[in-house]
Design a protein around this ligand. Structure first.
Ligand SMILES: Nc1ncnc2c1ncn2[C@@H]1O[C@H](COP(=O)(O)OP(=O)(O)O)[C@@H](O)[C@H]1O
Ligand SMILES: [Mg+2]
Length: 298
């Protein structure tokens, strides 16, 4: 008798939003259509225990692989080390979770991105920001300065400072959190493109535009529409997925001068409900099929 195929979809322990749940359910649905019995679990079971100098987990015996819809890097690394195959892999998730880490990883590979510098790390709440630090950011980046928390999503940790007063206020606010300073891509204010890449192929693209905010995130009021990807952008996104060894990702692309694509960020855990709705592409099916080809060769 053929061995039963078993998959785990792991979601964050504290996950609340309906859209994140439905993402897990869509994956389960598409995996089960391919004959893989799938469980959805919250990542709250302390599934990877360091004990006797080893990682103990009950998941490796039970499942052929795990669709890791969390970003908890300790659990992802531990599970992988214990022998569980993760989609995406731990290293890809780790690098994408941190925006500065992503830019550094993509450097030297002929991948265009906005001029960016990491914020100085500070370990004291009462430390003062020195004038020369502000001067340096101004001269390196120029106004308006985009300031981003390295760990953030849905536009929540992304700010714009149009003058020195706003810049200093943001530097104070973010001082003790990892952050970065970036040039504003003026030709892209309020718009960008979200591209989904699965198994090395760009399969869906959505233009996002906002009339009310420089950030085009749908969660902040941006409107999505189907978008026909220029070949150059498609190639760029596929290259990024390959460089970062991502089985699945959503890449944000800004419009540079003359429409030149510039990488804004890479999301290893991008939501796909919105882009499925707008483009009609079945992203969950494509991802499930890719995983099954990788794991079972079918
Ligand atoms: N350098 C930039 N120039 C112009 N707009 C930007 C820039 N960086 C980000 N944005 C806008 O802000 C949005 C959110 O930034 P992003 O880096 O994707 O963070 P998040 O992870 O919160 O989505 C982008 O989708 C884009 O519309
Ligand atoms: Mg984004």
């Amino acid at each position: 008798m053929e061995k039963e195929k078993r998959a785990l979809v792991l979601i964050n322990a504290y996950l609340q939003s309906e859209s994140q749940f439905s993402q897990a359910e869509r994956m389960k649905e598409e995996l089960e259509k391919l004959g893989v019995r799938t469980d959805i679990l919250r990542n709250d079971g302390f599934y990877a225990v360091v004990s006797d100098g080893k990682i103990k987990t009950e998941l490796v015996e039970k499942y052929d692989f795990c669709v890791y819809f969390d970003k908890d890097k300790y659990v992802s690394e531990a599970l992988e080390k214990a022998g569980l195959k993760l989609f995406n892999n731990h290293e890809a998730i780790r690098v994408c979770d941190d925006k500065m880490q992503t830019y550094i990883a993509l450097c030297g590979k002929n991948i265009p991105m906005p001029k960016t510098v990491s914020g100085l790390l500070c370990y004291h709440e009462n430390a003062t920001i020195r004038k020369q630090t502000v001067d340096k950011v101004e001269s390196l980046v120029g106004y308006p300065v985009i300031v981003k928390e390295c760990f953030g999503s849905q536009g929540k940790g992304v700010y714009m400072a149009k003058d020195r007063t706003e810049l200093v206020a943001l530097m104070k606010k973010l001082k003790c959190r990892p952050h970065l300073f970036q040039e504003t891509v003026k030709t892209s204010v309020g718009k960008d493109v979200r591209v989904i890449v699965v198994g090395g192929k760009a399969i869906a693209a959505m233009l996002r535009q906002s009339d009310t905010d420089f950030r085009s995130n749908i969660e902040l009021g941006g409107k999505g529409s189907a978008y026909s990807l220029p070949f150059q952008t498609q190639m760029l996104c596929e290259q990024i997925a390959e460089e970062l060894a991502l089985d699945y990702c959503g890449i944000d692309i800004l419009f540079g001068v003359g429409g030149k694509p510039l990488v804004c960020e890479v999301n290893s855990n991008a939501f796909f409900a919105g882009i499925e709705r707008v483009t009609g592409v079945n992203v969950a099916k494509a991802y499930a099929s890719h995983i099954c080809r990788q794991v079972y060769g079918v």
